[in-house]
Write a protein that binds this ligand. Structure first.
Ligand SMILES: [Zn+2]
Length: 405
């Protein structure tokens, strides 16, 4: 093997043997200079340009950091498409379609066969001046719910309607004393409503309303008796409320009624600070209310706002309804965002979706468009609704799972 290797020629050795050392030095110097030149060229035209790119990218990322949350929020806001509605009046939720169905199954003749005219009769007129005017709109829908069939079907149809808007949990409120014109007792009305919630796949609980007035004390007493009798933690009558003409019949007049509601351990909410001012809210809070229907006019007294925050009271806000009843002189001052930023437990609801021609999606759109409600704020409001719902911890946990929060 060794002998064979010696026969191979070595090209480097041959090169040195045949070339003058000085010439080699010069050639290497030229070659070296060329290398330096190429390196400098590459640095300026290649590496430097490469170095700029990441900087630009970094810049872009920086810009995106500013833009992204807005884009993400907008996208995500729309991506919350499930809702709760804690403040929904059954008689205020009768749409034109539901009214036609209720009339048909009960052989009731509607005041008109013209659908547009019917819709005008069922919904608030643009010239509505106050809550008292607004309350007059309830006559026709109520006339369709004076039999057990009419009442239970109304609950089913309203539930199915709001389910199509993404509502996964709702509390329907109604005053049993307003369903006696067809001969039902308050108790039959409550039973019919309980039948109604069995006819729908939507999770619905019931709130029985007392009515403000000067000649219905006995009726309110009966409602209280029924609330006590039928009260369940979930799946039926879960709470009571006080509804009606708040500015005329002051909240303070109902102190004794709510003293007994508390004694009986019945959860409750009270319409306050809607047609009447902040004092109405203060009175409701002094009764022990953990939830307030509307409460929008609390903003008139910073002390009441602070009281709501301090006591962790939930506000069931309903902007479209407030706009139509002129609860505020100027809706630009609607205090929802201010309340929310203060840490008050604000929720968003429809109140009277049939009369107001709205739905829960529209209510959120209104706040998003006019007040810049973002994803996190919307999520907070939904969580407020879940936490303050008149239901069990188990149902609340199930709701949270459905939202994926
Ligand atoms: Zn209401």
């Amino acid at each position: 093997m060794k002998a064979t290797m010696e026969h191979f020629t070595n090209p480097i050795a041959d090169f040195f043997k045949s070339t003058n050392k000085a010439v080699i030095y010069i050639e290497f110097s030229i070659f070296g200079s060329l290398l330096v030149f190429v390196a400098v060229f590459l640095y300026f035209f290649y590496f430097k340009s490469k170095k700029i790119e990441p900087e630009e990218e970094h810049h872009k990322e920086k810009n995106q950091e500013k833009i992204l949350p807005i884009k993400t929020e907008k996208k995500s806001t729309k991506s919350i498409n499930k809702y709760l509605d804690l403040h929904l009046h059954l008689d205020g939720a009768i749409t034109k379609e539901i009214a036609i169905k209720l009339a048909k199954i009960q052989n009731i003749e509607l005041p008109t066969n013209n659908e547009e005219e019917l819709e005008n009769l069922l919904s608030v007129r643009p010239d509505c001046e106050s809550l008292n005017d607004f309350l007059k709109c309830f006559a026709l829908p109520l006339s369709l719910m004076q039999t057990p069939l009419g009442l239970s079907e109304a609950i089913k149809l309203v539930a199915n309607n709001i389910q199509s808007h993404g509502v996964i949990y709702a509390e329907f409120r109604f005053a049993p004393q307003l369903h006696k014109k067809g001969g039902m007792t308050q108790e039959q009305a409550v039973r019919a409503a309980l039948e109604g919630i069995k006819k729908t796949s939507l999770k619905v609980n019931l709130i029985l309303c007392f009515m403000r007035g000067d000649d219905n004390q006995a009726e309110n007493e009966e409602t209280l008796r029924l609330a006590r009798k039928y009260l369940v933690p979930d799946g039926g009558v879960v709470a009571v409320d006080l509804a009606g003409a708040e500015a005329i019949y002051k909240t303070a007049n109902y102190r004794d009624l709510f003293r007994r509601v508390r004694e009986y351990g019945i959860p409750f909410t009270i319409h306050a600070g809607e047609a009447d001012g902040a004092q109405s809210v203060r009175d409701a809070i002094s009764f022990g209310a953990k939830r307030i229907g509307h409460g929008v006019r609390a903003f008139e007294d910073p002390e009441v706002v602070e009281l709501i925050r301090e006591k962790g009271i939930t506000l069931e806000m309903c902007p479209t309804s407030n706009k139509q009843t002129h609860a505020l002189a100027n809706m630009a001052h609607f205090p929802l965002m201010d309340f929310l930023n203060k840490g008050i437990k604000v929720t968003l609801n429809t109140d009277d979706m049939g009369i107001s021609r709205t739905n829960i999606i529209e209510e959120y759109n209104y706040i998003e468009t006019n007040f810049g409600l973002n994803y996190e704020q919307k999520k907070t409001m939904i969580l407020n609704s879940v936490n303050s719902a008149f239901t069990t911890g188990t149902i609340k946990r199930q709701l949270l799972i459905k939202f994926g929060f």
